[in-house]
Write a protein that binds this ligand. Structure first.
Ligand SMILES: Cc1ncc(COP(=O)(O)O)c(C=O)c1O
Length: 373
């Protein structure tokens, strides 16, 4: 029997191990302001990689989103527009500030937030918008950025899945007011758990550095509300090694995605992921859908792939507004979400991570083609 082909998995080597051992030998595991030597080095390298002026390392992608919302002064009485078709972290980060998440719909081809739905969701209370780079494909950052600038609202990009993705020739992280990344174990690069916010704005950067350390301007001198969102030195050391490998990881993801497209386009039944003009995917997930399928049929296909040792995944079968937490409370508001609900019934993702060989991708594609034939 074939070994399970995982949907995503950490890709670690000797470099990560050596750096972690070095940190352990140094005895410096963290810093009371979250600014130990490894964290500062990782921040400098990450900012340079994405082309941003500042990078602020934190404990997770959710912490990055929460800190960015606090830095944008989002709080009680405010509204934040974001997709429901995404991981729950962004909505929870909004709710934790006391503001109201306002769910808007997605584009049927890119699965990213749709401008006309964002426009519809806007009220006088709107303080920020969170476009998510879904599956590693940048959202329509130009259209949403122009709209937000005109209305005076802050753009906090959720690039948790999109390290190294590009929009109009620029890497995500250098475009929005603030961009949030996750380094969770399955992401394009990892620190186990971890996150980063990048920004070109000096005031936002200063606020973020205080927010990640209980709002302290200097140790034991709090000037605003914050949290303990420090990244550890161990995590930063892993991140530094992973960042060096990110370009080669992305190249392999792209090669695998292109091969999957080549093999699956023959079937004609599947809607395959595409890169719109001017956007460069980071291929965190290769997400496809079967025309006209319902959730039961889609789930059957996914089960069949699992039975052949292929870990296909459904991201996201329950949109955030349909979870018991949000469905049964008045914590959030929503517009019309027909494309969100349709995608939740139809999509499924295939593995294209860098540890997979050409033979693995051929096996996955061939198995799927037989399953839907
Ligand atoms: C789109 C999106 N947003 C936010 C997050 C939250 O990141 P984390 O798990 O590091 O808190 C994730 C990842 O899990 C994600 O995929």
């Amino acid at each position: 029997m074939r070994e399970l082909i995982r949907i995503n998995q950490p890709n670690l080597g000797k470099e990560e191990i050596d750096l972690v051992v070095e940190v352990m030998r140094s005895g410096i595991l963290t810093d009371k302001s979250g600014m130990g030597p490894r964290v500062l080095e990782f921040e400098r390298s990450f900012a340079k990689y994405v082309g941003a002026k500042h990078a602020i390392a934190v404990a997770s992608g959710t912490a990055a989103l929460h800190a960015a919302l606090l830095a944008a002064e989002v709080g009680l009485g405010d509204e934040v527009i974001l997709p429901s078709f995404t991981f729950i972290g962004a909505a929870n980060a909004v709710a934790l500030t006391g503001a109201t998440p306002m769910f808007a719909d997605i584009d049927k081809d890119t699965y990213c937030l749709r401008l006309d739905s964002v426009e519809e969701a806007l009220t006088r209370k709107t303080k920020a918008v969170i476009p998510t780079d879904m599956y590693g494909l940048p959202a329509d950052l130009a259209a949403i950025g122009d709209f937000a600038r005109e209305k005076g609202i802050t753009v906090i990009e959720d690039a948790a899945q999109a390290h190294g993705a590009q929009f109009a020739g620029k890497r995500v992280g250098s475009i929005a007011d603030m961009t949030c990344f996750s380094f969770y174990a399955g992401k394009n690069m990892t620190t186990g758990e971890g996150g980063m916010i990048t920004t070109n704005d000096d005031d936002h950067a200063q606020s973020l550095r205080m927010i990640r350390s209980h709002g302290e301007q200097r140790p034991y001198w709090a000037v605003r509300l914050g949290h303990n969102y420090h990244m550890t030195e161990l995590a930063a050391a892993i991140g530094q090694a992973q960042l060096k490998k990110l370009p080669s990881f992305l190249e392999r993801r792209r090669r695998n995605a292109e091969l999957a497209t080549e093999k699956l386009s023959m079937s004609g039944k599947l809607i395959l992921p595409r890169e719109p003009e001017g956007r460069r995917h980071s291929w965190y997930l290769y997400t496809t859908r079967l025309r006209g399928v319902n959730a039961a049929k889609r789930n059957k296909i996914v089960d069949r792939l699992w039975s052949k040792n292929i870990e296909a995944g459904v991201y996201y079968s329950t949109p955030v507004h349909s979870t018991p937490l949000y469905r049964e409370s008045s914590m959030a508001r929503r517009g019309r979400l027909s494309e969100t609900e349709k995608a939740a019934r139809q999509v499924f993702s295939l593995p294209v991570h860098p540890k997979l060989s050409e033979t693995d991708i051929e096996y996955v594609s061939e198995t799927l083609r037989k399953t839907i034939a």
